[in-house]
Structure formats: structure tokens, C-alpha cells
Design a protein around this ligand. Structure first.
Ligand code: SF4
Length: 82
């Protein structure tokens, strides 16, 4: 089963937890807000199986519920267009 992820950057408080838990999946921008760099936070690139557990750990550890996970692509705006 494929999973998709992106960050709700409106809700992110730049605490850094998701990047510490899953550095292969998430990164910071210049404002220290997290994003999913594989597709510039659109959430349309499937997360490969070895990283699914880390994705859920990041989701569970986010204090603002900003790490989004779905079984369908998000079709979010690219990072530069937010
Ligand atoms: Fe933002 Fe949540 Fe990641 Fe913290 S854990 S940087 S609030 S997305």
C-alpha cells in the first residue's frame, strides 16, 4: 500500500521534531519550517516502504498535527507557490 505525506506549513511551528525522526523524508526551509523535499511538499510522491515507519513516527511526534499522511496523493501546491 502506498502512502503519501506532506507538511501543513500553516500549522508547523518549526520545532524540528519530524526532521530529527525522519531526516530522509523531511527537511527545513530558510524559515525552519518543515517540508517534504522529494516533491517540494506537494505530497504526490509515494513514500518507499522502508521509510513508512519513520513517517508515522514523525506524524505521531508532531505537536501540531502538521505531518500529514494519506493513502492518496495530496496534489498540494509546490513549495515555492505556497
Ligand atoms: Fe513542524 Fe510538526 Fe515538523 Fe515540528 S514536527 S517541524 S511542528 S511539521
Amino acid at each position: 500500500m502506498a502512502y503519501y505525506t506532506r507538511i501543513d506549513r500553516e500549522a508547523c511551528i518549526a520545532c524540528g521534531a519530524c526532521v530529527m525522526v525522519a531526516p530522509e523524508l523531511y527537511d527545513y526551509d530558510d524559515d525552519c519550517l518543515a517540508y517534504f523535499p522529494k516533491d517540494r511538499n506537494q505530497g504526490i510522491t509515494p513514500v518507499c516502504d522502508p521509510l513508512v515507519e519513520a513517517m508515522f513516527d514523525a506524524h505521531d511526534g508532531c505537536p501540531t498535527d502538521s505531518v500529514k499522511i494519506a493513502k492518496q496523493p495530496f496534489h498540494g501546491l509546490p513549495l515555492d507557490d505556497e
